[in-house]
Structures are given as C-alpha cells and as structure tokens.
Design a binder for this molecule. Structure first.
Ligand SMILES: Nc1nc2c(c(=O)[nH]1)N[C@H]1C(S)=C(S)[C@@H](COP(=O)(O)O)O[C@H]1N2
Ligand SMILES: [Mo]
Length: 505
C-alpha cells in the first residue's frame, strides 16, 4: 500500500496531534472544569513554580487573563504529551509491523498519562475512546484507500482525520461545559437549619438601603469578583469535608461540614478587596456571609501560639499567615447571600476575616495551623505584603446628566474596620470640597448599629461649569482621618490615592 497517511512521519505526527486533541476533549467531557481534567495538575504546577515577578506582572497588566495564560500553556503542554505518545505508538507499529499497536498503544498511553497526572483512574477513561477513534479512523482510511479508492489523496485523508478530531474536540468541550459548575445557581441555606428570617431581613435592608443607581453595584454585589491562584478551582465535596485545627494547640481537633453547619450561625456583611486591585478597580465586593466564629473552633483545641499567629491552608495548596488578633474576628463561612457558598468562592467552607485584604479570606479551607513562628504565605513568597488591614478607598464608578441639568457622580467607599464616616467630592481638581450623600449603612451581624466591615455607596450632584474640570473623590474614616492622596502601586501593600476624573463640560 503506497502513499498511506500513516507511512510518513508527517502523517503520523498529524494523526498524533489530532488524536491528542480528541483525547484532551474526551478528558474535558468526562470531568468538566475540575481538578480531574488532565491539564489541571500541570496548570497547578505552573501556578506554583512560576516566578513571583511573572505572576505579579501578569496580575498587574493582564488581570485575571494572567491566570488564563497558565491554563492555555497547560492545555498546550498536555496536548503535546498526548501527541508525542500516540505518534510514538504509530512509529513503533510501522517498525514492528504490528497493526494493533497504534490503537492499543494509544489507549494504554492516554489512560496512563491521564491517570498518572490526575490520580482519578475511572475519569481517566475519558480520553481513551476519542483518541483511539481518531487513530482507528486514520487506519481505516488508509486501508480503504489501499483497496478501493484510487482518487483519494493523502491530503484528503489528512484533512478528514483533522476534521473528525476537531469535531470530537467540539463535542468534548460542549459536553464538558454542560457538566461544569460555572454560573451554577446555589441552593438556599434554610435546608441546613440557618435562621432564614434573619438572612432575609438583612438582605431586604441591604436592598432598601442601596441607591437606585443602575450602573454601580448595590450594597450586596450582584457580580462578586474572583481571584484564584489556579484557573481551575478545586471541587471538594461537603460529605468528605474535614477542617482540622493543628500546630501549637493542646490537642488537634477536626470538624466535619455538619459539625460546622450545626453550630449557631452568624450572618455578617463583609466587604472583600484584593490587595492587587487598582485605584478605582473592580476587585472589591460585598456579601452577606453565613458561618461560625473561627475562634469557637480553635478554642476547642486550646491555642498556645508563641507568635500569636496562624496559617490557613486549603485544598488548592494556597496558604496565608496572619495575626491571631485578626483571625479571632473571623468566620468559617459556608453561606453567601442566603445560599450555599458557591464553588468559585470556596465551597464548602472559607474564612472571612473582617478588615484585612482579600487574600486572608482563604477559600476551600482545610486546615488552621497555629504557629510558634511566622512564615510566608503564597503571596508573601511572591513579594506581596497583603495580610494587613485594607487601605481606605473611594471609587468613582458612575456619572450621568440628571433631568434638572446637574451631573450626578457616584461610587463606593470602604476602609475596613476603620469605617466610612464621610465621602468628600471636589469638582475643581481638589481646591474646594463638599460632602457627598452616603447610603445608609448595612446592619451589624448582631444587635443594632452598622456593620463593622462593609462598604457604603456615595452620590453627589453638582452644576457643571460647562468647561473642562476635574472631579476628585476622597473618604474620611470614623476617627476623622482623611484618606491619603499619595498614590502607590498595588505591589506590594495595595493601591492608595484619590480617584479623579476629568469632564469636558
Ligand atoms: N484557597 C484559596 N483562597 C483564596 C485565594 C486562592 O487563590 N486560593 N485567593 C485569595 C485572594 S488573593 C482574594 S483577593 C480572595 C478573593 O475571594 P473571592 O474569589 O471569593 O472574591 O480570596 C483569597 N482566598
Ligand atoms: Mo487578592
């Protein structure tokens, strides 16, 4: 049989690449966007070993697209691994004149590679069938050409093989996305015996206290930002969930999901803001969190830490170390806005630590280790200093011309536990200042009064001068301190400075 696709090196490589793509798609179809997807372990290794400077550059200039780059690289690498193994099977079969080697070799290799990487033997069958199908298809096509089809060219066979592989890939991606949990609606918490009335009342207050301004987030964010060190989130199950308290304690204790959800719950508004946010950025949001005080969990173990510091660890390998004083104000959270905590925000259980930068709010929390000596967490090893209290900020997110001819500007203000007592607006580049209207505060977790650690909305209307002018915004905390005007980069301690915007008229 002359002119067979699988006789040439190029043809073998092409079929290897096509079958590799089908294998990747098959894995995705079986697992969706979870850690058992074959590219996930490689993506994690990349996230862990990537030099800090590159991670920081990617976050600063690409935002969350930086994380996606890791995934693209990991998928590319996995594809090449699949293709290399399958091509080797094709080469070997020619050398040994063995007609079974390509399909059997592909099956064994695809399974070994996937199971070796993901340690999920059953789900690793996902890539086997699609990859083998492509190889068998190429073989069958060669055989067909050898007997009956004098016109079919090698190029046409190559194109068909690639076409079938693309089809298989599309089907795999479609099925995988269908199975994925992104955008999933979470079940409400009442099933777990949480006081739904308190949750409902607090969410109602949040709604009625929010300004009716379309283009800024209400007091409870509709679209909560996400920052993850990996692009594929862990997918732990609440049934097997265990949270252990270890290290400098009298005796280690472990809590199951039920242990935690059966304790008396606290419903608390807290704002989270990433230390890598920009000035007037979008990595700041607020939710009503349901959970139990972390202090109650560690009490049962008996704390005796020399440094009064604690290390939180999680399912995705993330770690962060910070003072016990902050930890003791925090919650082990399993509910968000009256529903089960979504996977992307740390299901089954995450930490929410009032007043500190977002990074201490460890998701997929698995271990609380009391320490005797301070250590560096994931971000600190990469040059950030994001475990401390947040810096005050006032954003400017909205401007519109009102019916009466005035311009309305609006945004949010947040200063962690320092609280927001006023937002001041200048319409002449900072020469003179007026006070903005603040939204009524969100309610405290217990009793009367405002929430300790939640943002407020502000709005301000003014007669425009009709010529170019600059609007500047700044906030004042509960002790009367005016937010600093000094502008700093997010790296390493978070952004500071006044937000301003120029208007032409
Ligand atoms: N396990 C784990 N926890 C984590 C992270 C992470 O990557 N893994 N990211 C941290 C960072 S940097 C921030 S800003 C917040 C963001 O929380 P969110 O994604 O729920 O908004 O989670 C923190 N907790
Ligand atoms: Mo963050």
């Amino acid at each position: 049989m002359k002119d067979a696709l699988l006789d040439s090196r190029g043809g073998q490589l092409l079929v290897g690449l096509a079958a590799g793509a089908a294998g990747l798609a098959g894995s995705y179809a079986a697992t969706g966007y979870t850690p058992t997807f074959v590219a996930s372990p490689i993506e994690r290794t990349l996230a862990r070993t990537m030099p800090g400077e590159i991670v920081t550059l990617a976050i600063t200039y690409l935002g969350s697209a930086g994380q996606q780059l890791n995934l693209v690289a990991a998928v590319g690498l996995t594809w090449l691994l699949f293709a290399a193994g399958i091509t080797a099977a094709l080469l070997g079969s020619r050398a040994a004149s063995n007609r079974l080697l390509p399909t059997v070799g592909t099956a064994v290799f695809a399974w070994l590679l996937t199971a070796g990487l993901t340690r999920a033997p059953l789900l690793s069958l996902g890539p086997v069938l699609p990859a083998v199908a492509i190889v068998a298809f190429a073989q069958a096509f060669d055989a067909y050409r050898g007997t009956t089809d004098p016109i079919s060219s090698k190029r046409r066979r190559a194109l068909s093989t690639v076409g079938v592989a693309l089809g298989a890939t599309a089907v795999g991606v479609g099925v995988g996305q269908h199975r994925g949990s992104m955008g999933e609606k979470m079940p409400p918490l009442d099933a777990q015996g949480v006081d739904n009335e308190d949750v409902r009342a607090k969410l109602d207050t949040a709604e009625s206290n929010s300004f009716d301004i379309g283009s800024i987030e209400p007091l409870v964010s509709e679209d909560f930002y996400e920052v993850d060190i990996n692009s594929i989130d862990p997918n732990p199950d609440s049934d097997g969930y265990a949270l252990s308290v270890t290290g400098a304690v009298e005796s280690e204790v472990t809590f199951s999901y039920d242990d935690i959800t059966q304790m008396a719950a606290v419903n608390q508004f807290s704002t989270l803001r990433c230390v890598g946010d920009s000035l007037n950025g979008d990595k700041m949001d607020t939710a009503l969190w349901t959970g139990v005080p972390l202090q109650r969990l560690v009490e049962q173990a008996g704390v005796r830490s020399d440094c009064d510091c604690v290390l939180l660890k999680s399912e995705d390998g993330y770690e962060v170390e910070f003072p016990l004083e902050a930890f003791n104000r925090g919650l082990a959270v399993y509910g968000m806005n009256g529903n089960q905590l979504p996977r992307g925000h740390g299901y089954p259980v995450r930490a929410v630590i009032p007043g500190h930068w977002g990074e201490v709010n460890t998701k997929w929390l698995t271990e609380i280790e009391l320490l005797d000596e301070e250590v560096d967490g994931y971000w600190e090893q990469r040059g950030w200093q994001g475990t401390g209290p947040v810096k005050p900020t006032a954003t400017l997110k909205h401007d519109t011309m009102l019916d009466d001819g005035q311009r309305q500007v609006a945004g949010h203000a947040y200063a962690g536990l320092r609280g927001v007592s006023a937002v001041e607006v200048s319409t002449d580049g900072g020469a003179s200042w007026s006070e903005a209207t603040l939204s009524d505060p969100l309610p405290a977790a217990e009793g009367e009064g405002p929430a300790d650690d939640a943002w407020r909305q502000w709005r301000y209307s003014y007669d425009t001068p009709g010529s170019t002018h600059t609007v500047v915004v700044r906030m004042v905390d509960r002790e009367g301190n005016v937010q600093t005007s000094e502008e700093t980069d997010p790296v390493p301690t978070g952004p500071s400075g006044w937000v301003s915007r120029e208007f032409r008229s």
